[in-house]
Ligand binder design. Structure first.
Ligand SMILES: Nc1ncnc2c1ncn2[C@@H]1O[C@H](COP(=O)(O)OP(=O)(O)OP(=O)(O)O)[C@@H](O)[C@H]1O
Length: 307
């Protein structure tokens, strides 16, 4: 594993030898990682690598079998619950429930850590909720129950709940679920804006072409950290290829970095390179983008040496 050097005060969240078991089976085998403040770190790796489990452990949502998690230099369990809830906002994967609540009410749940017990929402709470619903473009449906929203609309309401917390640290597990490409682009712009404002963002993303927009990648495999480094560094790209058994490739394309492989081609330009696309899309892509590298397994042009 390689690492980026930070001083302790730069660290938003730190895992030190974190071990977690689920259903009696060890899942995280002593994970150590320091996630810097004011940066976007993306957890990536193959299915079952332990990404969601680590994100939950960082959020204090799972009991640890060993090791510890520190939030801003202080052990997680030493934080008063409400102070912690104001500091770290959480968006889980495919969160169930809340179907009868309106979008407004769901977003208002994000304000609970700020509200005295049984208090009615303050003007500041209402302003934070309105801002969050507008940021995620669900303001017009604020009176609609969650059950009457599509998967993508619902996901944007949950994102609004996360933003309404106004926490300095935001953790998101698969935040792009159900979002169509324009809203994925909006989400990316939102994250970059949050980073510019000094927030820390930690995500789990399967879409590697979006993950490459992060500041840092924490690459997991089989419950262990395989690499931690800047998303733009070639060493990080090689580590990424390695954990996916070389079935993907990370290469420059049109002045950006793109992942090609049977997980899908560059998301902005290329929808998907069809298998056995003889004389078809793969070959056209290779001609149009000489810098493009299309996965060996899906690119006929590559196999025939014309890619
Ligand atoms: N409730 C559970 N009981 C037992 N094992 C579990 C449970 N939840 C997850 N696991 C196992 O823990 C491992 C890590 O799961 P986790 O969801 O953290 O992986 P992930 O990297 O997020 O995967 P994915 O990319 O598929 O979402 C997997 O092998 C999974 O089968």
């Amino acid at each position: 594993m390689t690492g980026t050097v930070h001083s302790a005060t730069d660290i938003a969240l730190a895992a030190q030898g974190v071990r977690v078991a689920l259903g009696g089976r060890p899942v995280l085998h002593g994970v150590t990682a320091a996630l810097p403040r004011g940066r976007w770190t993306c957890l990536v790796g193959p299915n079952g690598a332990g990404k969601s489990t680590l994100l939950k452990a960082l959020a204090g949502l799972l009991p640890l079998q060993g090791g510890r998690v520190e939030l801003l230099g202080r052990a997680l369990q030493d934080w008063p619950r409400r102070a912690r809830a104001r500091t770290v906002a959480w968006l889980g994967q495919a969160e169930p429930g809340g179907d009868d609540l309106t979008a407004w009410d769901v977003a208002m749940l994000g304000r609970l850590p700020h509200q005295p017990w049984l208090a009615t929402p303050s003007a500041a709470d209402r302003a934070a909720v309105e801002q969050a619903l507008r940021q995620t473009q669900v303001w017009d449906w604020r009176a609609r129950p969650l059950a009457q929203l599509s998967g993508g609309q619902r996901q944007r309401v949950l994102l609004a709940r996360l933003l309404a917390v106004q926490a300095p640290i935001l953790l998101m597990d698969e935040p792009l679920a159900h979002l169509d490409p324009p809203y994925q682009a909006d989400w990316l712009a939102l994250v970059r804006a949050l980073i510019r404002q000094g927030h820390t963002v930690v995500t789990v993303l399967h879409e590697l072409n979006l993950a490459l927009h992060a500041d840092e990648l924490l690459i997991l495999d089989a419950g262990r950290v395989r690499h931690h480094g800047p998303a733009h560094e070639p060493a990080t790209h090689r580590a990424l290829e390695q954990v996916f058994d070389q079935r993907i490739a990370v290469r420059p394309l049109d002045g950006q970095t793109a992942v090609a492989g049977d997980i899908g081609a560059r998301w902005v330009v290329l929808p998907k390179v069809p298998v056995e696309a003889e004389g078809g899309m793969a070959a056209e892509v290779a001609r149009a983008h000489p810098g493009a590298f299309i996965c060996k397994e899906v690119c006929h042009a590559h196999r025939t040496g014309s890619c």
